[in-house]
Design a binder for this molecule. Structure first.
Ligand SMILES: [Zn+2]
Length: 790
């Protein structure tokens, strides 16, 4: 035992020494910033291709729901009875199903129990102190399961593990089969404003009414997938949801004076609306401005009494991954259609809001919904659903076809620009979530950036197209600088699990959105980016994409190798800090002697064999073998000719190339280059993240010139690079990244305005470069370099 331990220690120290050597080796300029992601990405297979598209054996599960819900406003309880039909489209036999019981997160005893570390407070409230009492008392929230049976009412065995429930199937569910089962349940609705969470109620003390938002409200299937098996990671309140597509039929029994909005299409408006409201609904179908279906006066009147009667609203939704609804007697409801050009889909855009938000929502909400689905349709896929709704509920949360937003006015109906823009931003964002992740159905529990980041990016594009001066907080590169500047112990890569992120907003929203904006504006250009981004949306609409599917599609559709960008921006925490260290100046010297220098060289036979295997060498040595390239000369490439061309060259002899004197330049040429000045700019990469070099030159005559050097300039030396320019005007200053496109965290080193005393460089006549190939590799033609930039 002891002996082997010694060996182990010895090996460990060997490993650490060599690792240290690699890091500390001052000569090593080449890390792995430009290497392919390779094995970091999952191996492509029949379900997901190497191009980033769904494979030819792609499959996904399906779950249909038939639910009856009963809202008890007096007891603040929601009761439900649901039938789920689960379709096994996977090639696997399933022994059990996993069901999400998200409402258990509100329970003090059934929640996932992911604690955060804590310290003694400087001040605290008595309610917080009592909340921290041990052992935790049951606060009475969370799902109460009344019955779990098969379709015939026979009890199924199940186990609840905090926010997850496993149902053991009576017999294995084979490929292509479906299983129908029933769950009866109820739960006490939480005060969302006090307890937090995405759903629950808000109480309005002034009129004694409630506004209910019913979200994560029914037991629902986990995703079973080719890449993860069951996604049954606990719901902690942070990482959002992974859900299976299916069809919904939902009946909601609520007080008769409530108005309901829901995922899907209302099936019995003629029963639940008054004749006047129904007439307004019909009029709204062809309106060009929002039409009030439930008016402000009707909502105000309904607030004043509480009906003891009940009504049942019926909604149906097809091919959705989730279903949410809202109910209150406080709601005003307006609607207006928006036609999506690409699929000719007429979408009823609608808003529901209490009188407290009337001044803002009546004016902007439905129009913002229409603008959002139209703009997102242009950048992704045409909006496929029949409705899109924005509900004012003093929060921000998204579901298919319906979302909850904020934005209330002062009592007198006035509001600030800040509240208005905040409201517009949240409506665009939450409606935008219809695309990411409701349709392009990524796994939010695992990757927050795949929905929040992508959505925040298109939100930014949509805000810009709403109002060119819209004060977007996320998207522009300079807005991420403060985050990128943080010490490394407060940062984690974008590629981190949702539960493990410290700075959630910057990490999952801003940084990925900014990264996509940089790709679009600075690295790929709009044409390539937009096509690739749309390709990703089209490929993965109504499917379950993974990060690799996105990374691969963006490259596949654009022809841009972006692995360096994914590596740097998504997998690392390095910031951008590129500095201009030094500028060296030189002017032409037509009388210099250096150009008369002689270059001596021997012709070397090209090394054909050192990287080839023995079978190729033997084939070549076998005179009986004729190669296809020998017979078909059109297949002969440069190397073929190069090789043959040297057959008659004496490889032992030393050849000489003589430099040609500057006197050989014509007067015209001298005149042309007389005023040329060369500037060598030395850059260093202080932050670690490589980026294109965007340069703005300002000349003494006041004129400006811009150039952009792609990030690949760093590929052979990731720490320092130099770039030389020749100008026929005197340079006054150089600015790196003048438009703050790259999120450079220190712009104080991005400027150069003092230049060294000029040195001289010799100018000579162009020569036959071909002859010198391989002999004098250091020789470059400065005129060519200058010509390229002008
Ligand atoms: Zn969001």
């Amino acid at each position: 035992m002891k002996r082997s331990l010694n060996i182990f220690v010895f090996l460990c120290s060997m490993v650490s020494i060599s690792a240290q050597n690699i890091q500390n080796n001052p000569g090593s300029n080449h890390g792995n910033k430009f290497e392919q992601l390779g094995t970091i990405l999952p191996t492509p297979n029949n379900y997901r291709t190497a191009s980033g598209a769904p494979g030819h054996d792609y499959w996904q599960q399906r779950a249909d729901y038939d639910i009856s819900a009963y809202l008890d406003e007096d007891k603040l309880n929601l009761k439900g009875s649901e039938t789920i039909t689960y379709y096994n489209n996977s090639p696997d036999e399933l022994e059990y199903l996993w069901i999400q019981l998200d409402e258990n997160q509100q329970s003090s005893v059934k929640n996932a129990g992911y604690d955060n570390s804590s310290v003694l407070p400087k001040q605290t409230s008595s309610s917080r102190l009592s909340a921290s009492e041990l052992p935790a008392k049951d606060n009475g929230f969370g799902i109460n399961l009344e019955k779990v049976t098969d379709a015939d009412g026979k009890p199924l065995s199940y186990v609840v593990n905090k926010t997850m429930m496993r149902i053991d199937l009576p017999k294995k569910l084979k490929k292509g089969e479906n299983f129908k089962f029933k769950i009866d349940w109820n739960y006490n609705i939480a005060d969302r404003m006090k307890m937090g969470g995405r759903g629950g109620y808000e109480f309005f003390p002034e009129d004694g009414n409630y506004l209910f938002t019913m979200t994560q409200w029914y037991p629902r299937l986990c995703v079973y997938s080719d890449f993860q098996g069951w996604q049954n990671h606990q719901f902690t309140g942070r990482g959002e949801f992974a859900l299976t597509f299916g069809n919904f039929k939902v009946k909601m029994n609520v007080p008769a004076d409530h108005t309901i909005a829901s995922t899907g299409v209302g099936k019995n408006f003629s029963e639940v609306l008054t004749p006047e409201q129904l007439a307004r609904w019909q009029k709204a179908q062809n309106a060009t401005e929002p039409v009030e279906i439930v008016t402000l006066d009707e909502a105000k009147k309904a607030e004043k009494s509480k009906s003891k009667n009940r009504k049942t609203w019926v909604f149906e939704a097809e091919n959705v991954r989730d279903f949410a609804w809202t109910s209150s007697r406080k709601f005003i409801w307006d609607a207006m259609p928006q036609v999506i050009a690409e699929n000719n889909n007429k979408v009823m855009c609608m808003s529901l809001y209490p009188k407290e938000a009337y001044g803002l929502y009546r004016k902007y909400s439905t129009k913002a919904v229409a603008h959002t689905i139209k703009t997102y349709s242009d950048f992704t896929i045409p909006y496929p659903y029949p409705v899109a709704q924005s509900i004012e509920a003093a929060n921000g949360m998204e579901y298919p076809m319906i979302c909850f937003n904020y934005g209330r006015t002062e009592k007198d109906g006035t509001y600030s620009e800040g509240i208005k823009n905040g409201m517009l931003g949240v409506i665009i964002h939450e409606v935008g979530h219809n695309f990411f992740p409701m349709i392009i159905n990524s796994d939010e529990r695992q990757w927050s950036w795949m929905d929040e980041g992508l959505n925040t990016f298109v939100e930014y594009l949509t805000e810009e197209l709403w109002d060119n001066k819209f004060p977007s907080k996320r998207g522009p590169a300079h807005t991420i600088v403060d985050y990128m500047k943080l010490p490394k112990d407060q940062l984690e890569p974008i590629m981190s699990n949702s539960e493990n992120i410290i700075q959630f907003g910057p990490n999952a929203y801003s940084k990925p959105a900014t990264g996509l904006n940089i790709l679009r504006e600075t690295i790929m250009g709009r044409e390539l980016f937009d096509k690739a981004f749309k390709t990703y949306a089209k490929r993965w609409a109504f499917r379950h994409p993974e990060p690799a599917d996105f990374f691969r599609t963006m490259e596949d559709a654009s022809g841009e190798d972006l692995d360096w960008f994914w590596r740097g921006w998504f997998y690392s925490t390095d910031p951008v800090d590129i500095a201009i260290d030094k500028v060296t100046v030189a002017t032409p010297d037509f009388d210099g002697k250096a150009n008369a220098r002689e270059f001596k060289y021997k012709v070397e036979k090209p090394a054909l064999n050192d990287f080839e295997d023995i079978s190729k060498i033997r084939n070549r040595e076998d005179k009986k073998i004729t190669f296809y390239t020998d017979k078909d000369t059109s297949t002969q490439d440069f190397y073929w000719r190069y090789d043959r061309g040297l057959e008659n060259v004496d490889t032992t002899k030393e050849y000489t190339i003589k430099g040609e004197a500057a006197e050989n330049l014509t007067e015209k040429e001298r005149e042309k280059f007389k005023n040329l000045t060369g500037y060598q700019i030395d850059f260093s990469n202080k932050g670690g993240l490589v980026m294109p070099l965007i340069l703005e030159f300002t000349f003494e005559d006041g004129s400006k010139l811009n150039d952009k050097i792609s990030a690949q300039i760093w590929r052979k030396n990731e720490k320092t690079v130099s770039k030389t320019y020749f100008f026929d005007k005197k340079l006054k200053s150089i600015q790196l990244d003048p438009m703050k496109e790259t999120a450079d965290i220190d712009t104080s080193n991005n400027f150069w305005g003092t230049f060294s005393e000029p040195t001289k460089f010799q100018v000579f006549k162009d020569r036959q470069q071909q002859r010198a190939r391989g002999a004098a590799p250091g020789m470059v033609n400065p005129m060519q370099a200058a010509g390229k930039k002008n």
